[in-house]
Ligand binder design. Sequence first.
Ligand code: FES
Length: 312
Amino acid sequence: MSDAYEAELVVDRRDSAADGVLALTLRHPLGEQLPAWEPGAHIDVVLGPGLERQYSLCGDPSDRTSWRIAVLREPAGRGGSAHVHEQLRQGGKVRVRGPRNHFALRPAPRYRFIAGGIGITPILPMLAAAQAAGAEWTLLYGGRTRDSMAFTEELSRYGDRVTVAPQDESGLLDLASVLDGVPEGTLVYCCGPGPLLDAVQEHCPAGLLHVERFAPKEQPEGENTQFEVELAQTGTTVTVAPDVSVLDAVRATGVEVLFSCTEGTCGTCETDVLDGTPDHRDSVLTDEEREAGETMMICVSRCRGRKLVLDL
Ligand code: FES
């Protein structure tokens, strides 16, 4: 994890994506190529000490000279989006890390894409990839108002594959119209606010759905227990108290671990599990990945038992 690409990139903020949404194009100051990425990938944007945010890459993966992200101004947020809108200057620099992908587009003959608001960002490059692969696909895209919905102009090139459904014009998204009776082999990709993802999850046959959450999923109530974590590379064993995260316990031993969101949504702290059974509490891993128990997000996940051995 420590070999993740990290650089200061130059900000171009001249594109406006929609009301309240700022599109940023980031380039290397010396014109160097940026790491390759695939649809669904995101980067960490380091805005200041203790202030990092994850944004999906929403440009063209074949363009290795620039990355594009889009940031919704969230007045009730924790300050990350306001910082981007107010402090990042045209031609200024910003530190970024990544890219990382927990929302990869799997090959399929048919896709149903559903996006809510700024959740369009990871979906946008997926549409281009699905189109290039010759897949049959549709997008249902909801938002508060038409003016608040980013990239509608770019989407117009796809014609009637795309349904733009602003809430003030057409009410809540008609999920049944896209999810009822989906033919076998269809994959459903959805990104947007929690209530939309929950509704899609309810409608969607198991195993077809891939979602990306910007906010942590609600976790079942449960008591935290104390357990031990052995760090295989350093040979240290540390006790994780009920009110301490594995991440904090590990960092207290002086071991450097990459992390960002600390709420189980970004995937930065993903760590290989060599032994023991994780108690997964993140919003990143799929059900199959949880079942496999080969990795865990140590910022939120814990241990089902007395001990974990981690590849740290
Ligand atoms: S730091 Fe983001 S998932 Fe752990």
